[in-house]
Design a binder for this molecule. Structure first.
Ligand SMILES: CC(C)(COP(=O)(O)OP(=O)(O)OC[C@H]1O[C@@H](n2cnc3c(N)ncnc32)[C@H](O)[C@@H]1OP(=O)(O)O)[C@@H](O)C(=O)NCCC(=O)NCCS
Length: 388
C-alpha cells in the first residue's frame, strides 16, 4: 500500500510501513512528504527512523596563539579602537601565524569534543569539516580523520557554506544519523579568513579572526532527540555583497579567448581578497535572521521567544546580534556573545561560542538553544537544539 504522511524537520524521502508515525514526528512541525510501503525493507527503514533521534554530547574549540588588538590594527590601517568597538563590538581577534595551520586547530577542537563526550575516535563514523578557507582546497576532513586515529576510516568530507557552514553541517549530521544509520558524527566549523583579507582595507580587515569549533552529534532513542527544528536558505542574487572569487591571470585573457594551445598550460591563478559591502550584509542579516529563527521555532513546535534558553547567533557584529535579539524580544542576558575576543570566525563562530558557554557553565544540559548562521553565498540557516 502506498501512502503519505505529514512529517517535518529532516526532508529525506524514506520508505516506511506506517507504524507509530504520529508519535515519531510529534514534536516536529511543517510537513514533508514521506512515502509509506509495506515491503520488508520498508519495515527496516521505518524502525530506524522511528527509533532514532540525535543529540549533542560534546563540544570543543581551539584558537591560534597570536592575539591582534584593535590598537595593533590601528598601526597598519587608518582606524582606532573606539571606531571598531563602537561599530562592531570587536576588541581582539586571533590570527594564524608561524607554523600554525587550520587543520591542527580543527583536530584540537575535535579532540576536546570527543573527550567531553567520552567517545573514542574508533567510534566516530562520520566527520564533516565545515570550512571555506581550509589548508587544502580538496578538503581537510580525511586528514583530520587520520590525525584523530579513527582506525575504521570513517567517511570524512568538507562542506563549504561560509558563515552558515556549521549549522548546515549540523543539519547534515542529523540527516546522516536519522536516515543513514550513522552513530557518532563530528561536526567541525573551522575557518582562517585572515588568509583572504586585504590588510589594507579598513572596512573588512577589522572584522575577522581565525578559529575552530566542534561538536559530537550522537544517535539516540527518539525520545531523547535534541535536534528539534531547522530552517535553511540560500540566495545567489546577493553573492556580490561578499565574495572571494577565483582570479584569472589577467595577462592570459587575450590568448584564452582564442582557445589556442599557445596559452596552455595556464599560469597559476589564485583567489581574490575578500570583498564586502558591509552595509548590505548588515541589512540582509537583520532582515532574514529573525524570520528564519521564527520559522525554525515553528518547525520545532516551540514558537515564541520564551520557549528557548539561549540565542546563539553567528558572531559577526554586536550591532547585528543586538538588532536580531531586539526583533525577537530576547533580553541581552539570554544572548551568547564572545565576538569581543575573537571577531567573526566564520564557520567556527557558533561552535566556538557554544563551547565557551558550556565550559563556563552558562549553557547547562537540557537548555534549548536557538542558533542562526548567515553570510556569503548568500546563505542563512537556523537550528533549534538542546544541549546534552
Ligand atoms: C563593516 C561595518 C562595520 C561598517 O560599519 P558602517 O557603520 O556600515 O560604516 P560605513 O561603511 O558606513 O562607514 C562609515 C565611515 O567610517 C569609515 N570607516 C570604515 N571602516 C572604518 C574603520 N575600520 N575605522 C575607521 N573608520 C572607518 C568609512 O570610510 C566611512 O567614512 P565616511 O563617512 O567618511 O565615508 C558594518 O557595515 C558591518 O559590520 N557590516 C556587516 C559586515 C559583516 O558582518 N560581514 C560578514 C558577515 S558573515
Amino acid at each position: 500500500m502506498a501512502n503519505t504522511i505529514a512529517a517535518a524537520g529532516v526532508s529525506c524521502p524514506v520508505v516506511l510501513n506506517g507504524v507509530g508515525i504520529s508519535k515519531m514526528w510529534q514534536h516536529q512541525g511543517a510537513p514533508t512528504l514521506i512515502t509509506c510501503s509495506t515491503t520488508a525493507t520498508g519495515a527496516v527503514e521505518l524502525s530506524r527512523l522511528v527509533n532514532t533521534g540525535c543529540k549533542l554530547v560534546g563540544c570543543g574549540s581551539a584558537v591560534p596563539s597570536l592575539r591582534v588588538s584593535n590598537n595593533d590594527l590601528a598601526k597598519i590601517v587608518d582606524t582606532n579602537d573606539e571606531w571598531i568597538s563602537v561599530r562592531t563590538g570587536i576588541r581582539h581577534r586571533r590570527v594564524l601565524s608561524g607554523k600554525e595551520n587550520l587543520t591542527d586547530l580543527a583536530i584540537e577542537a575535535a579532540w576536546k569534543a570527543l573527550e567531553m563526550a567520552d567517545v573514542p575516535p574508533e567510534d566516530v563514523d562520520l566527520i564533516l569539516m565545515c570550512s571555506s578557507t581550509g589548508d587544502d582546497r580538496f578538503g581537510s576532513a580525511p586528514v583530520i580523520q587520520k590525525a584523530l586515529g579513527c582506525k575504521r576510516n570513517p567517511l570524512a568530507f568538507d562542506i563549504t557554506a561560509a558563515c552558515s557552514g556549521f549549522l548546515l553541517g549540523l543539519f547534515s549530521a542529523s540527516c546522516y544519523i536519522k536516515a543513514g544509520g550513522f552513530k557518532n558524527v563530528l561536526v567541525i566549523g573551522a575557518d582562517a579568513v585572515s588568509r583572504f583579507i586585504d590588510w589594507t582595507d579598513r572596512g573588512s580587515c577589522i572584522l575577522f579572526g581565525d578559529a575552530a569549533g566542534a561538536v559530537l552529534v550522537q544517535a539516540c532513542d527518539i525520545g531523547e532527540d535534541g535536534l528539534f527544528g531547522f530552517d535553511l536558505h540560500s540566495d545567489g542574487d546577493g553573492k556580490r555583497h561578499l565574495i572571494s572569487t577565483f582570479k584569472e591571470n589577467e595577462t592570459d585573457d587575450a590568448s584564452h579567448e582564442n582557445h589556442s594551445v599557445t596559452s596552455f598550460p595556464p599560469k597559476c591563478s589564485s583567489y581574490s581578497y575578500l570583498q564586502m559591502n558591509g552595509k548590505e550584509i548588515f541589512k540582509f542579516a537583520v532582515r532574514v535572521v529573525p524570520q528564519s529563527i521564527e520559522a525554525a521555532l515553528e518547525k520545532a513546535g516551540l514558537d515564541g521567544s520564551n520557549n528557548f534558553d539561549w540565542l546563539l547567533l553567528h558572531q559577526a557584529n554586536q550591532r547585528i546580534i543586538d538588532g536580531i535579539a531586539t526583533r525577537l524580544e530576547v533580553p541581552s542576558e539570554r544572548v551568547i556573545s564572545n565576538l569581543a575576543n575573537y571577531g567573526n570566525t566564520s564557520a567556527a563562530s557558533i561552535p566556538l561560542a557554544l563551547d565557551e558557554a558550556v565550559r563556563d557553565g552558562k549553557v547547562q544540559p537540557g537548555h534549548v538553544i536557538a542558533a542562526a548562521g548567515f553570510g556569503a553565498g548568500l546563505t542563512w540557516a537556523s537550528a533549534i537544539f538542546r544541549w546534552g
